[in-house]
Design a protein around this ligand. Structure first.
Ligand code: DX5
Ligand code: ZN
Length: 216
């Protein structure tokens, strides 16, 4: 199991202390980039990612919720991302998605494709042989702290079945409303990586990560 805390919910006045806890307990760090256009919220630029890079050796998992993922790929690759995950809905065009996956691979980074709750998971089938990560959104992207949408289970089951049938090895990651109430079922459906923001940062970070680990 990979636990990828979403630092959208971090308390930035305690950056060092909270990051130390992530460094000791988490596997990845999930970094939500929002442009105020693809989603109605604005978050971090590359200098913030650089601050994480300087202070952590964890895998930096960059989730782009932006209308121009190509531009942001270049910016965040340079800032120290380990993965770049972009939304199918930013392009709604398979060849453009494939080109961007190639561009991410040319930078020796992991490439991920994400889908919003309303998008049929089967539309990304042609991309699955190239993707390293598939990120299933279990809330509408844009904000932390929303309620988990159980429709995600079926989409994860389909992705898990597809990779077994086709001997593929992309990782399945889930993002939105993840907690100790749904983690067990998510993992049994085939999820490899749990993104969690408010569940981890509200309260004792290390204890909350441990609670998720016990859900296996
Ligand atoms: C939502 C973001 C998520 C968010 C998850 O658009 O992609 O990563 O931070 O936060 P929680 O776990 O609070 O739903
Ligand atoms: Zn995210």
């Amino acid at each position: 199991m990979i636990i990828s805390p979403s630092v959208l919910s971090m308390h930035y006045e305690n950056f060092k202390e909270e990051l130390d806890q992530l460094n000791q307990n988490a596997d990845w760090i999930h970094f939500d980039v929002m442009d105020g256009h693809f989603v109605p919220n604005l978050t971090f630029g590359p200098d913030i990612l650089k601050a994480f890079r300087r202070n952590s050796e964890l895998f930096l998992d960059v989730h782009l919720m932006v209308s121009d993922p190509e531009f942001f790929t270049d910016v965040f690759a340079k800032a120290g991302a380990d993965s770049i995950i972009f939304h199918y809905e930013a392009y709604q065009n398979l060849s453009k998605c494939e080109e961007l996956i190639d561009r991410i691979h040319d930078k020796y980074l992991k490439a991920g494709i994400s889908i919003k709750p309303g998008t049929d998971v089967k539309v990304i089938e042609p991309l699955l042989k190239k993707a390293d990560i598939v990120l299933v959104m279990s809330v509408e992207p844009g904000f932390g702290g929303q309620a988990f949408m159980p429709e995600a289970y079926d989409r994860i089951r389909w992705l898990d079945g597809y990779r077994k049938e086709n001997s593929l090895n992309y990782l399945i990651e889930v993002d939105g409303g993840v907690s100790d109430r749904n983690a067990h079922e998510l993992l049994s459906c085939g999820t490899d990586s749990l993104v969690a923001g408010s569940f981890i940062f509200n309260g004792d970070i290390s204890a909350n990560i441990e609670k998720l680990r016990r859900c296996e």
